[in-house]
Design a protein around this ligand. Structure first.
Ligand code: GLU
Length: 483
């Protein structure tokens, strides 16, 4: 394995494992199931543009600091390229390249017509005040503008670990300051607040997508029979690692659908209760006490990783990469792993889990909800109109007419509630959720079919790569360079 980087500013060592190598190992495994030429596969695999830069900032205390930053555009087979910007002290070039590659494959799997990209700013965002963060974000954006690494048709950043709506707001505002007359400038960044031309449902989109992924997986009776579980999400015992935007929302949606959240893991430790934990209550408890530990009667684990090894049906790692490795894979009890985070399972650990009959629902599919709804936001920004605005009233009026006609023909009067239910036109959120659900359901069965159609394809991850490679290869071949 390749060594990467050395250490962070505060002396913490970077990972010594190359994440990009891991992604490429998965790619190579899948490429064996295709018939494309070596050079075409290499073309798909390599990062196309890697921009590494450094800029100085003045801290609130007057000290000057230099900040390392990256933007990697992994694939230009479609434009724009798309992916979040990670704010983390641990971020390094190898990681950004790996995450950009995953974005390429992710977009292809869920049929989002973008290339993949990722950005990174090497700071611990919790150690900077708001004004400093604004300064860093605006400077980062202007560096991207200088090199033509951002734009509605070029490369469109979004939130990732350590960034959110606030940062996206600063980014788009900076972009607009440089391109004042561009009517499409809002489409240069996604994950913006609703008031800044964002879209309903973007914030919880990744978590909601993870829920749809888990639900699709457990809804296939044939697959559940093999792992001795009853089909359906209801009653499934679930452990979630990470109470951030992805983990918290995934847990909430699963709980709403009747799943039982038996365990939650965070930096400070893990909690477990076989009778179930109320996710919202744990969230409030953490807000009040600063920790998930000591929640009601739940069992405490001060070593967070122990939480992953407790008894459950589904494990959702939704924190960072490299959480399930050979060091703990043998102790994992879950029969299904749904990867909310990017790269949480190492290739060796996955092999071991699959060998034991587990189902691993891979990151590049399971966490694609965020970029899917980003795509909807981009479409909304380019069309300059909110989803549903043009036809909601019209649809409601047509439904009213239809309901009245039905009443006349049948001689029965609908109740007020029945009529309301029948005539209601869709809101933007309802359209977003329906588009996301359709995307996640369709993609799951596309991947599963690839796996079922070739017995040598052992995992859903390999199947996902095979599907993605085929789609990307087709678009390269359409350029007429490859036969
Ligand atoms: N950072 C998210 C991801 O890894 C979202 C990317 C986007 O919306 O462009 O999928």
């Amino acid at each position: 394995m390749t060594k990467t980087g050395n250490q962070t500013k505060t002396g913490k060592p970077f990972s010594t494992v190359s994440f990009f190598n891991d992604v490429n190992r998965f790619f190579d495994l899948a490429a064996r199931h295709t018939t494309y030429s070596h050079d075409l596969l290499e073309m798909i695999k390599d990062a196309k543009s890697v921009y590494r830069f450094k800029f100085p900032i003045r801290r609130a205390n007057g000290k000057i600091e230099s900040v390392d930053a990256w933007r990697v555009e992994h694939s230009h087979h479609m434009h724009p390229t798309k992916g979040g910007v990670r704010y983390s002290e641990m971020v390094n070039e190898d990681e950004v390249m790996a995450l950009a590659a995953l974005m390429t494959y992710k977009n292809a799997i869920v049929n989002v017509p973008f290339g993949g990209a990722k950005g990174g700013i090497r700071i611990n965002p919790w150690e900077y005040d708001e004004r400093e963060l604004e300064h860093i974000t605006r400077r980062y954006t202007s560096e991207l503008i200088k090199k033509n690494f951002i734009g509605p048709g070029i490369d469109v950043p979004a939130p990732d670990y350590g960034s959110g709506e606030r940062e996206m707001s600063w980014m788009v505002d900076t972009y607009q300051a440089f391109y004042p007359g561009d009517v499409n400038s809002h489409a240069a960044v996604t994950g913006k607040p609703l008031s800044q031309h964002g879209i309903a449902g973007r914030r919880e989109a990744t978590g909601r997508g993870v829920y749809f992924a888990a639900r699709e997986c457990v809804d296939v009776p044939e697959d559940m029979k093999k792992i001795k579980l009853a089909p359906g999400i209801e009653g499934k015992r679930v452990i979630v690692q990470g109470m951030g935007n992805v983990g918290f929302n995934a847990a909430r949606f699963i709980q709403q659908a009747g799943g039982v959240i038996v365990g939650l893991c965070e930096y400070e430790g893990a909690i477990y209760d076989k009778n179930g934990l109320d996710v919202n209550e744990v969230f409030e408890h953490r807000k009040a006490t600063g920790s998930i530990l000591n929640f009601k009667k739940a069992k405490n684990f001060t070593r967070s990783a122990e939480g992953l090894e407790q008894d459950c049906d589904i494990l959702i790692p939704a924190a960072l990469e490299n959480q399930i490795t050979l060091a703990n894979a043998a102790n994992i009890k879950a029969r299904i792993i749904v990867e909310g985070a990017n790269g949480p399972t190492s290739p060796e650990a996955e092999e071991l889990l699959i060998g034991r009959g587990c189902i691993v629902v891979p990151d590049m599919y399971a966490n694609a909800g965020g970029v899917t709804v980003s795509y909807f936001e981009w479409l909304k920004n380019l069309s300059h109109v909110a989803f549903g605005r043009m036809h909601r009233r019209y649809e409601e009026q047509s439904n009213q007419d239809l309901a009245s006609l039905m009443e006349k023909m049948t001689g029965t009067q609908l109740s007020k509630e029945q009529r309301k239910l029948l005539v209601k036109g869709p809101t933007e959120l309802e359209l977003v959720v329906s588009g996301l659900e359709d995307t996640m359901v369709t993609a799951y069965h596309e991947i599963r079919d690839i796996k079922m159609n070739k017995k040598e394809i052992e995992s859903l991850r390999t199947a996902s790569y095979v599907g993605a490679i085929k789609k990307i290869a087709t678009s390269y071949m359409n350029l007429g360079i490859w036969p």
